[in-house]
Design a protein around this ligand. Structure first.
Ligand code: 6CS
Length: 348
């Protein structure tokens, strides 16, 4: 994030909080005229799934609060990288943000449960239900976030993570001397090392040029991201390994959340609940349509799905990551992992 942008946001947040302070001394009708701004930061560009989410969220919140709240959306690039957004949210400069678990897991180790290979179910409806409402999930992760002045509002899947590579990868041995871009959570890095690759952690914005200049040989992301970030232009293969779904979270500043007036908190909670089905459907539709775009734009892109024997080889290789997760997160992490394996029905 540029120094100027941070400075402007800090100044804006000072005026927002002083407006709130002075507002209590103003006559009631003046207070009602002054909308409060909720800043919502995204880790993805306009047109992305997170942007679709934020636009639908904004519309609902503004309608429900009848003009008392303005939701300002900050798309990727305006406030920095994913980790900057989380920092800004913890500080309260931004009230709401998307935070991908593959990056947030660096700061909050418990979040790395979603980097564990083959944990989620193949059943999208089941995943949706568990991600939006599992009580152990919200208990363990919610507490871990509160320790950092953050509140976990929801989690959802952005779709299957597909490997886009410049070599054919069907077996762990194909990863020999292969540089794979990964998100920064340590267990992501460990997973690809166990597969036999050479993992390289880079910000989202650097992936395209790193692929183009052969600094990395592949990366992993949902289909819509492969299309909108043009990763397919600089790779030759799309490989469905079934390894992971891309799980993102929506977080809020905890102190801000606790101070929200009851009616606004209610509008926020009900909107988050309504968005669960909406975003699930939009996700499936967007990934489907963007796959067709890639097929149209690059007909010679090689697309393949690993068979169950090939998947088993990767799953087998990554087994130690599960133990490492438990080592890193202790009793609470173990409790969460076991609860999720049971809920998704994908035991160890
Ligand atoms: O790969 C990443 O870093 C990013 N991928 C997506 C689809 N969203 C945000 C995240 O930072």
């Amino acid at each position: 994030m540029s120094t100027l942008t941070s400075l402007l946001l800090v100044i804006a947040s000072y005026f927002t909080s002083t407006t709130v302070l002075f507002a209590s001394t103003l006559p009631k009708h003046d207070v009602e005229k002054e909308p409060t701004t909720w800043r919502f930061g995204l880790e993805e560009i306009e047109g992305s799934l997170q942007h679709i989410y934020a636009k639908a969220f904004k519309k609902r919140i503004e309608e429900k609060t009848q003009g008392a709240i303005d939701v300002d959306i900050y798309s990727y690039g305006t406030l920095g990288e994913s980790e900057d957004l989380t920092n800004l949210t913890a500080q309260g400069t931004v009230q709401l943000a998307h935070a991908s678990t593959g990056i947030l897991g660096k700061r909050i180790p418990e979040m790395q449960v979603f980097t564990l290979p083959y944990l989620l179910s193949h059943d999208g409806q089941r995943n949706k239900r568990i991600l939006s409402s599992n009580s152990t999930l919200y208990g363990v992760l919610g507490n871990a976030l509160i320790d950092q002045n953050l509140r976990l509002l929801t989690l959802y899947s952005e779709g299957d993570m597909v490997w886009t590579t410049n070599e054919l990868i069907r077996h762990p041995r194909d990863f020999d001397a292969f540089k794979m871009r990964v998100m920064s959570a340590p267990l992501n890095i460990d997973t690809f090392r166990l597969y036999g690759a050479d993992p390289v952690s880079l910000p989202y914005s650097e992936i395209y040029s790193a692929l183009q200049s052969y600094r990395v040989d592949g990366q992993s992301n949902p289909i819509f991201a492969i299309e909108e970030m043009r990763f397919y232009e600089v790779t030759d293969y799309m490989i469905w390994s079934g390894q992971q779904k891309f799980i993102t979270s929506i977080i809020a500043n905890q102190a801000w959340y606790l101070r929200l007036p009851a009616d606004q908190k209610k509008a926020l909670r009900s909107t988050i609940t309504e968005m669960t089905d909406i975003i699930h459907e939009r996700q499936e539709a967007l990934n489907h349509s963007q796959l067709n775009t890639i097929k149209r734009e690059k007909p010679d892109m090689v697309m393949l799905t690993l068979n169950s024997q090939q998947k088993r080889a990767f799953k087998q290789r990554a087994k130690p990551v599960r133990e490492k997760y438990i080592e890193m997160t202790g009793k609470q992490g173990k409790r969460l992992l076991e609860a999720l394996e049971k809920a998704f029905d994908t035991g160890p």
